[in-house]
Design a binder for this molecule. Structure first.
Ligand SMILES: [Zn+2]
Length: 94
């Protein structure tokens, strides 16, 4: 039986839920927060749980970390940028 961990985005409360089957856990919506009743809950993956234990990140900080990770994934190496620029300048004045 899978146990999924969730975090409330409103109050930051973390809780886990037993699912009878993996299919249910994946197809049904996450349970509301048992503390404040909010339905704004997010499934916690183990990596985030570790971060949270270390630094005590709030949900908004976690969101910022996720955004930062996305941004970094989009940064191109300089060689790629030069390649793009070369193409652009070639295209002009033809
Ligand atoms: Zn809550």
């Amino acid at each position: 039986m899978p146990i999924y961990e969730y975090q409330c985005l409103d109050c930051g409360h973390r809780f886990s839920k037993f699912w009878r089957s993996l299919a249910r856990a994946q197809s049904e919506p996450p349970p509301p927060c048992p503390r404040c009743g909010s339905e704004q809950v997010q499934r916690v993956i183990s990596q985030v749980a570790v971060l949270d234990d270390l630094g005590g990140l709030t949900p908004s900080e976690q969101a910022a970390v996720n955004r930062q990770a996305e941004k970094e994934a989009k940064i191109l190496p300089k060689s790629k940028i030069d390649e793009f620029r070369a193409k652009k300048t070639k295209g002009r004045g033809g």
